[in-house]
Write a protein that binds this ligand. Structure first.
Ligand code: EPZ
Length: 418
């Protein structure tokens, strides 16, 4: 297993090309199973989660042609199959194939995703959405068994909470259901809007994506389609924090301000400067940071996927900050590792109290979940001496060439085999 060696102390300056959004690509790849026609998805990020999803689609029989960051997925030959146990167990997002397989073939059997470092992450809302559309869904033996021999029928679905994945499962299944489906309390994330745009290009009829109320009229008459994946707002936010924490300046090429309002607001409150550049957003820090409280919330609130990264920033602020995690029950795996580097953080339930002004010293640290891992890289960029991050595969799941992009901005970071 590879590791990253980081020598802290360099202010980063340069431009980073923001890749396609992993969390937009994954549902859109699953959605290709709905249609017998080819779908071209452009701007796919070169990350292992996307590679895993492409492999899973091939295991279902889809034919895939890739050129650089584009893929043409022809799910015409696809069939539901007993497959992917290992892939699904390892990567939760593969549960997103359940809705499309059920909607197209009237049956699906998908492994329950394993829990992960950030919480149990059940799929009860996915299951109840499919049941409400007329499916018979049972969970047993570690698998989700779904059947709808007479097809799916449109219905009104009220999600108990605005789950991103459950919203996506409901939308995808509803595109093949007869009649109108109304989804209430839907997630409003930009990745949901991008999925709806992709499905629309494929022939689905969807209104209201991005609001709490989404209407779908099915069944869709599918056609060949092409769609470009939106830029990754979480990758962009991560490099924005890298600029702020090192007191440097980075242009986030391709980033969209309208996806990042809550992040930009928090960064400006903390003392960073953000302005539109020629090719995206420019973020600049001058080293003086103010303690800033954030609470993670469903979009458009502060994203849980940037909570760990912002916490690393707050270890350097002048003053204390309170960071509340309301989306996942245990998304503080990065805290003990940041403390090992010298951070002063105390946990009280779902709130972390960060006392700023900590001088961090390099150490061996362990990556756990994707975003916790990158918060340790950010801390390593300003820690005195060398920080060694083990189990870098966690980073490869969602960050494309992280060490290369940071090195190009002046970071002293190397990737080495274990
Ligand atoms: C998506 O996960 C993202 N993943 C996550 O990004 C992100 O953190 C999360 O949304 C929240 O924004 C992808 O899009 C592939 P949820 P998802 O359903 O859909 C509970 C990353 O780092 N829940 O909105 O799984 C769940 O346990 C990843 O890129 C149920 O209880 O998130 C969690 O506590 C991490 N029952 C909360 O809802 C369900 O049926 C939010 O989960 C579904 C979810």
């Amino acid at each position: 297993m590879d590791k990253l060696r980081i020598q802290g102390g360099r202010a980063l300056h340069g431009s980073v090309a923001i890749a396609g959004a992993k969390n937009a690509a994954l549902p859109q790849l699953a959605a290709t199973l709905l249609s017998p026609h080819p779908v071209e998805l452009a701007n796919l990020p070169d990350v292992s989660d996307v590679a895993n999803m492409l492999t899973l689609l091939e295991q279902y029989g889809a034919r895939i042609v890739r050129t650089d960051r584009d893929a043409i997925i022809d799910a015409g030959p696809a069939r539901p199959a007993e497959t992917g146990y290992d892939t699904v167990r390892r990567m939760r997002a593969t549960v997103l194939v359940l809705g499309p397989l059920l909607a197209r073939f009237g049956e699906a059997r998908v492994s329950l995703p394993g829990g992960c470092a950030i919480g149990a992450r059940p799929v009860d809302m996915h299951v109840s959405a499919l049941s409400a559309l007329g499916a018979d869904v049972r969970v047993e033996g570690g698998f989700i068994h779904a059947r709808a021999p007479k097809g799916l029928r449109g219905n009104r679905l009220v999600l108990p909470s605005p789950s991103v994945g459950a919203t996506e499962t409901a939308i995808m299944a509803a595109t093949a259901a007869a009649g109108e489906t109304e989804i209430l309390n839907a997630a409003r994330e930009p990745e949901v809007i991008d999925l709806a745009a992709s499905l629309g290009a494929m022939g689905a009829v969807i209104e209201g994506a991005g609001t709490h109320r989404i209407l779908i009229n099915g069944p869709a008459s599918w056609r060949p389609a092409a769609h470009r994946i939106m830029p990754d707002r979480i990758e962009a936010g991560t490099y924005a924090i890298a600029a702020a924490i090192t007191g440097g300046q980075i242009e986030l090429s391709g980033a969209r301000l309208e996806h990042m309002a809550s992040v930009v607001q928090a960064l400006e409150l903390a003392g960073a400067r953000v302005w539109p550049g020629d090719r995206g957003l420019v973020v600049s820090g001058d080293g003086a940071l103010r303690g800033t409280d954030v609470t993670t919330e469903p979009y458009p609130g502060f994203p849980t996927d940037l909570q760990a990264q912002f916490m690393a920033l707050m270890t350097q602020a002048d003053g204390a900050s309170m960071i509340r995690e309301t989306i996942f029950e245990s998304r503080f795996m990065h805290v003990p590792e940041l403390v090992r580097l010298g951070a002063n953080i105390r946990l009280q339930g779902r709130t972390a109290v960060v006392r700023g002004g900590a001088r961090l010293h390099g150490a061996q640290v362990m990556a756990t979940d994707l975003r916790a891992s990158v918060s340790l890289v950010l801390a390593g960029l300003i820690a005195e001496g060398e920080t060694v991050l083990n189990r870098v595969y966690h980073l490869d799941r969602g960050y494309e060439q992280l060490d290369l992009k940071l090195r190009r901005c002046g970071a002293q970071i190397e990737r080495a085999a274990q």
